[in-house]
Design a protein around this ligand. Structure first.
Ligand code: NDP
Length: 294
């Protein structure tokens, strides 16, 4: 069997076109343009690239974007003050503090300072708690993009054995919660999986991953998932972005795994473009939630 490639790039373009139409309609009825404010601390090269591509995507969808820069040696209080200003600015609907932050700044303190109504990354404890309780306000962009990809390619999740490798707050944990919940924004077929979460202390990882109808790899280790870890016909979602010899590779050993899996996402062109598309979705949603009567 050779797996069908799940073209995240094409699906992300489709979502972005739909969003651009919706933004145009929403903005035409009001004198308000949804606005994303991004914060960059220091000069992390990958963060520069991510923020640039997010801002470009905003522009293409008809959203406004702002960029606030702080130097890498700024005080934590400087960043908290900036977040507070953006929280109080009615022209800003979504706030994104690009991670990672320099080591002397407490990430959780900053993320918890963001007004949960403007938390378009869905990292604030209140928004995480709401997902956990199955009543989300915003969904984190990467797992939401994956759910959209599965839905739009007709892959049902309900009743499946899903294995998520990785338990980060950004990808692994919210992904597991969303797959496990009773319902999703796209209906119950995109939820209701039986979910196992694996991490670096998991014993017998291959025995667990071989049970998976749906395998999500969010590890950050190049080509970590090998063909012998995959159940024939499984859906394999590769979240990883690793730079090896100037090349981007995923957490899945793509070519051999493609010979075993039923469906697989490539890197690049899989999950990454969907993450950006769902950030635009959340920015529009944030504007809607903040102007319910406008
Ligand atoms: P983290 O480093 O925060 O988490 C990695 C997870 O993988 C941890 O839970 C860790 O376990 C687990 N892990 C590490 N080694 C092993 C191992 N040998 N066996 C099993 N589990 C292991 O990474 P993120 O979740 O933030 O990101 C994961 C990858 O996804 C990265 O490559 C990142 O660049 C990429 N990414 C891609 C995005 C996209 O848009 N496509 C968006 C966000 C991230 P433990 O908890 O025990 O340490």
């Amino acid at each position: 069997m050779v797996a069908t490639i799940l073209d995240g790039k094409a699906i992300a373009s489709q979502i972005r076109e739909e969003l651009a139409e919706e933004v145009a309609k929403w903005t035409a009825k009001r004198a308000i343009t949804p606005c994303l404010a991004a914060v960059l601390v220091g000069d992390h090269p990958a963060s520069e690239v991510y923020v640039r591509s997010k801002r470009r995507a905003c522009e293409q969808a008809g959203l406004e974007s702002q960029l606030h820069r702080l130097s890498g040696d700024c005080r934590e209080s400087d960043l908290l003050e900036l977040v507070d200003r953006m929280n109080r600015d009615p022209a800003v609907h979504g706030i994104l503090v690009q991670l990672p932050l320099p080591a002397h700044i407490h990430e959780s303190k900053i993320l918890d300072a963001i007004n949960p109504m403007k938390d378009v990354d869905a990292f604030h404890a209140e928004n995480v708690g709401r997902i956990c309780q199955g009543r989300p306000r915003y969904l984190p962009c990467t797992p939401h993009g994956i759910v959209q990809l599965l839905h739009r390619t007709g892959i049902k999740v309900s009743g499946k054995q899903a294995v998520v490798i990785g338990r980060s707050d950004i990808v692994g944990k919210p992904m597991a919660m969303m797959l496990m919940n009773r319902d999703s924004t796209l209906g119950p077929a995109c939820a209701n999986a039986t979910v196992t979460v694996c991490h670096s202390r998991t014993a017998g990882l291959g025995d667990i991953t071989r049970q998976a109808d749906l395998l999500v790899a969010a590890i950050g280790r190049p080509r970590f998932v090998t063909a012998d870890m995959v159940k024939p016909g499984a859906v394999v979602i590769d979240v990883g972005i690793n730079r090896v010899d100037d090349q981007l590779v995923g957490d899945v050993d793509f070519e051999p795994v493609k010979q075993v899996a039923g469906h697989i996402t490539p890197v690049p062109g899989g999950v990454g473009p969907l993450t950006v598309a769902m950030l635009l979705y959340n920015t529009l949603l944030a504007a809607k939630l903040q102007h319910t009567s406008a």
